[in-house]
Design a protein around this ligand. Structure first.
Ligand SMILES: NC(=O)c1ccc[n+]([C@@H]2O[C@H](COP(=O)([O-])OP(=O)(O)OC[C@H]3O[C@@H](n4cnc5c(N)ncnc54)[C@H](O)[C@@H]3O)[C@@H](O)[C@H]2O)c1
Length: 325
């Protein structure tokens, strides 16, 4: 069985697949037309991707393709509808990188409160400014508003509780067990916007959540509040966020994800939000820790082995049997 990995992938995961008898091709540079050609040439049964987009053309190029695995949790980079049309299953690895994203979220929260990025910038320029930077409000007793209390939202709540924060959340579904376990309260989005000292987003991307934080929402927030987005770029209206920070409507923001991100891992980045003071940014690296990547690789191996040994698809996101039949 042929496995094509069109992204970076842990060496131990590749080795586990080879030892299990799979023919593995791994090329982290494949994408776009190159990937269409590679699929035509290699004729993989299984395609594994992390950030690489999987388009309808790629799915049509794979005469033998039966399974596409997203080595991560979100799957909005894969044309799932086209895969379903072609009777190709799409599986993901939910929850394996939740701790990594939660750790980055906590890091950004502390960085914003203490202005760590600006402080470091000043020190690098040879400027000592204890007066300017002695004004942090601290996290203890502050209210953290979590939008989307799923796997990552939960891990953020666990860590924020250890910091003594008050926890509120907004979600389309109720999570009574997490509420009990962590002392969380479910509130309306309006109340969350008004009460949050830090608002952190952990909802899926897509049309339902597109620009769920825009001008109207930002206007309801405290001038001392911060917004953190480690979910998907389109969830926040970046132009409205830039205006809100510039005008002092909120105190600042930190983004790991952007409305338009370069497809390549090294590229120029000209998004205007990058230059707004009090907006900190990271390079969509929420899931990029060794722990998370090893856990994701193990899950990918498990999905492929299960498929080969039993014909079953673990974590399948297009399970509509009527459509797939
Ligand atoms: N920055 C990164 O590198 C990185 C890594 C992994 C995941 N993510 C992103 O993080 C997000 C969350 O991932 P997860 O694994 O926790 O997902 P999840 O499915 O476990 O949780 C999502 C939660 O959001 C809730 N939700 C859905 N629509 C909502 C809405 N309109 N309003 C309020 N709540 C809503 C769901 O009910 C659920 O509780 C996804 O967008 C994912 O793509 C980012």
């Amino acid at each position: 069985m042929n496995v094509l990995i069109a992204d970076k992938f842990e060496a131990h995961g590749q080795e586990a697949l080879r030892q299990a008898g799979f023919d593995v091709t791994c090329d982290p540079h494949l994408g776009g037309y190159d990937l269409v050609d590679a699929i035509k040439g290699i004729e993989p049964d299984v395609l594994v991707v992390r950030s690489t987009r999987v388009t309808s053309d790629m799915l049509h190029a794979g005469a033998k393709l039966k399974l596409v695995i997203r080595a991560g949790s979100g799957f909005d980079t894969i044309d799932v509808a086209a895969a379903t049309d072609r009777c190709i299953r799409v599986c993901n690895c939910p929850g394996k990188n939740s701790v990594a994203v939660a750790e980055l979220t906590m890091g950004l929260m502390i960085a914003l409160d203490r202005r760590i990025v600006d402080e470091t910038d000043d020190l690098r320029r040879g400027v000592w400014n204890k007066k300017e930077y002695s004004k942090a409000r601290g996290l203890m007793g502050r209210t953290l508003g979590i939008v989307g209390l799923g796997r990552i939202g939960f891990e953020v709540a666990v860590r924020a509780r250890a910091f003594g924060m008050r926890l509120i959340y907004s979600d389309v579904i109720e999570h009574p067990e997490m509420e009990r376990e962590l002392g969380l309260s479910r509130v309306t989005m309006e109340r969350l916007l008004e009460e949050a000292d830090f608002l952190t987003l952990h909802v899926p991307g897509g049309s339902d959540t597109h620009h769920m934080i825009g001008r109207r929402e930002l206007e309801r927030m405290k001038p001392t509040a911060f917004v953190i987005n480690c979910s998907r770029g389109g969830v926040v209206d970046e132009a409205a966020l830039a205006d809100a920070v510039r005008n002092g409507m909120i105190a600042g923001a930190a983004l790991d994800v952007f409305e338009i991100e370069p497809a390549a891992t090294e590229a120029a980045f000209s998004d205007p939000i990058r230059a707004v003071p009090h907006v900190y940014g990271t390079h969509h690296v929420g899931a990029s820790t060794d722990q998370a990547q090893e856990a994701v690789a193990d899950e990918v191996v498990k999905i492929i082995r299960t498929f080969k040994e039993t014909g079953k698809f673990l974590n399948c996101v297009n399970t509509d049997d009527a459509v797939m039949a």
